[in-house]
Design a protein around this ligand. Structure first.
Ligand code: WTA
Length: 661
């Protein structure tokens, strides 16, 4: 994969260049060590200093951390602020009104640019429209839109009036959308007529209609529809209204709602180890601080940078590194509507060239699929593009394998750009363990060391630290400002998921395993330790997919889902299914497998479709009736022969499970 001109051994560490160190906001290892020491010496004073530097407060906070009701920590609670003010007005007051905030490239290549002044005006008009239809501080607004300036505007407009947004990824099905609308009790849904991806027009408004028709969404009073393609969509007045009609009559200014730092900025649903996704609740002040600070230190954003995060606003990365972080720093960023392979797999590289992108942030899955494409289609190879504007590269969402890291480094970064492999989660709000470009010696596959102020460590099951060089459970030992506040409507689940009694509620449990390098202490994430899969950087609960399968009551009697390694998507979903009817074979089995995939796509979304489906008359169980998941994982990998099956109640079914559909 990696083609070197001379057969030299690949170095295993990449120290930053002197120039990178000199120019970086955190310049050199000593500067990093000083920040870490400052945080260790006085955790609260450290975060308070940064909160004063990076956030403009309407009313300054007087208390930093309230841990009296741990683990429901509160940060900067008596301080008031507005996230949209911090991202927009504040930059305009600093003279950046005419600076480009967003360079938007549509699926078909059309480019639109908005300045900070334009963006503020659009946000204010949208915020006024929301107020006009009765949206109040604390109300939930579900946003089901695709990648667009309007999507960012919708989120910022909610923040402006203190409404709590909950963005639902445009690839989720009507059922998944319904569940999220119902759980939030949203009063308004913001959507578009359609979305455009890879040359295809896909429905949005029609899916909202379906979701609302499923019932349980009686809280929704209005659906506001933005026109994207102009397609004819069903319209149910007065519930449905065209956004453009509302906006036309709105004033272009809007007084922000000043909220407590603890006021929820958004809810974002993510998968856990049960069948029900959890609504992760983030705060305004602590979250915004971390979003801005990580953009400043990890991405080292400078006024002249052009930042591009390829994530979708439906995921947390799109929240922190599109809607909030870069704008809070007054940066210029690229927002892209389409997909990396349309019209060809050179799209990302062409866009970097065209928009002179300097800092580029994407997912390992995208890199791996573009490596494949570059190998098979010479025209899509990055060598055809001028990528010399790049200075920093980043990855997120899943472990990056060293071969993909190396290719990214050599072919995209031209061997000169540091790669920040950022480990974090929906729950953490922003980067937790990551190299800083002007600090760390990079080791492909390792996310280096904790962001200053984050006390990550690796412990054993009793919560005791394990020596470096030994694997264990990743925990965070002290609260941090951007941490999850609770699970919406389910504080008990928040406590038991993240602050389990196994550690006497002392540590935040990330749900990942990790190992620290014996000499450097560098972290490598070894993957989830719960029943959560990571497919193309998207979190999927195995139980969620199992529930979707068994809800196909006509066909399915029982189902179990496990993950297996996949070279491109990281992990792939493997479903083991017992049908109500006879064991299917041949074409019939293929047809049922395809029917089940369609079913899962309808229940959750296409991202949850099982890649492998295996049928059997029964699932492998112990004599006490427990499904042998470890055995299923081996079967999924194709290694049944090495397993001890002596405790298996019905060994004959192993043969049936051998066939993949
Ligand atoms: C995984 C995405 C290794 C991890 C921001 C985590 C990673 C889950 C990395 C969170 C990384 C994320 N290296 N693994 N750099 N980044 N992960 O909530 O398993 O969608 O728990 O947040 O992705 O996924 P989520």
């Amino acid at each position: 994969m990696h083609t070197a001109t001379t057969p030299v051994a690949t170095p295993t560490t990449y120290p930053p260049s002197q120039k990178t160190v000199r120019n970086a906001h955190v310049s050199g290892r000593a500067a990093y060590d000083r920040l870490v020491a400052e945080a260790e010496a006085d955790h609260e004073a450290y975060w308070a200093r940064l909160a004063r530097e990076f956030i403009t407060w309407k009313k300054p906070f007087t208390k930093v951390l309230d841990d009296s009701n741990a683990p429901f920590y509160k940060w900067f609670e008596d301080g008031t602020l507005n996230a949209s003010y911090n991202c927009l007005d504040r930059n305009i007051e600093r003279g950046l009104g005419q600076k480009t905030a967003i360079v938007f490239e549509a699926d078909d290549g059309a480019v639109t640019q908005v300045t900070y002044a334009d963006l503020l005006e659009r946000v204010c008009r949208t915020a006024n429209a929301l107020r006009l239809i009765g949206v109040k501080k604390g109300d939930r607004v579900v946003i089901y839109m695709s990648m667009s300036i309007d999507g960012v505007v919708a989120m910022q407009a909610c923040a402006r009036i203190g409404a709590i947004h909950s963005v639902v990824f445009g690839g989720f099905s009507s059922q998944a959308l319904r569940d999220r609308i119902a759980d939030t009790g949203a009063v308004v849904v913001l959507t578009a007529d359609q979305q455009v991806r890879g040359g295809k027009h896909l429905p949005l408004k029609a899916v909202v209609d379906e979701a609302l028709a499923l019932g349980g969404c009686e809280s929704v009073r209005h659906v506001l529809v933005t026109k994207r393609t102009g397609a004819e969509v069903p319209f149910e007045a007065p519930r449905d209204q065209w956004m453009a009609d509302l906006l036309a009559v709105q004033p272009t200014t809007c007084e922000p709602e000043w909220v407590s730092a603890e006021h929820p900025l958004f809810l974002l649903y993510t998968s856990g180890s049960t069948g029900k996704p959890k609504g992760v609740q983030h705060s305004t002040g602590g979250y915004l601080l971390h979003a801005a600070l990580t953009c400043y230190w990890t991405f080292d954003l400078k006024p002249e940078d052009v930042f591009w995060c390829t994530a979708d606003i439906g995921w947390v990365t799109g929240h922190t590194y599109i809607t909030y972080g870069p704008l809070a720093l007054g940066a210029t960023e690229v927002v892209f509507e389409g997909i990396p392979t349309y019209p060809d797999a050179g799209r990302f590289w062409r866009m970097i060239q065209d928009h002179l992108v300097t800092v580029f942030y994407t997912a390992p899955t995208a890199i791996r699929s573009l490596i494949k494409a570059a190998e098979s289609t010479p025209a899509a190879h990055p060598r055809n593009y001028d990528l010399s504007s790049l200075r920093i590269l980043g990855t997120v969402g899943e472990p990056i394998n060293p071969a993909a890291w190396q290719w990214y480094h050599d072919h995209i970064g031209g061997g000169r750009c540091p790669i920040v492999d950022t480990f974090w989660q929906t729950e953490t709000g922003g980067h937790m363990i990551t190299p800083l470009p002007g600090v760390h010696d990079l080791v492909p596959g390792s996310c280096s060391l904790p962001f200053p102020g984050i006390s990550a460590d690796v412990v054993d099951e009793a919560g005791n630290p394990v020596p470096w060089g030994q694997g264990g459970i990743l925990v965070v030992k002290k609260p941090w400002p951007a941490m999850i506040r609770t699970i919406w409507g389910d504080p008990e689940r928040f406590k038991s998921s993240y602050y389990p009694q196994d550690f006497q509620g002392r540590y935040y449990l990330a749900g990942d395993g990790a190992i620290r390098d014996a000499e450097t202490g560098n972290f490598t994430i070894t993957g989830r330790i719960d029943d959560v899969l990571n497919v193309s950087g998207h979190r999927m609960g195995t139980m969620e997919i199992e529930s979707a399968l068994v809800s196909c009551t006509e066909l399915v009697a029982e189902a179990a889902v496990v993950g297996r390694h996949d070279d491109t998507t990281g992990e792939a979903i493997c479903a083991f299914v017992v049908l109500k009817g006879a064991l299917p074979v041949g074409d019939q089995a293929t047809a049922i497998a395809s029917e089940l995939r369609t079913w899962v796509a309808r229940e959750i979304g296409p991202i949850a479709k099982p890649k492998d489906i295996r049928f059997a008359e029964n699932l492998p169980k112990t004599r006490s009736g427990k499904i042998m998941r470890r055995l299923l994982r081996s079967v999924a990998k194709g290694e049944t022969s090495t397993q001890d099956t002596s405790t298996l109640e019905n060994p004959a079914i192993l043969e049936q499970l051998g066939q993949v559909y």
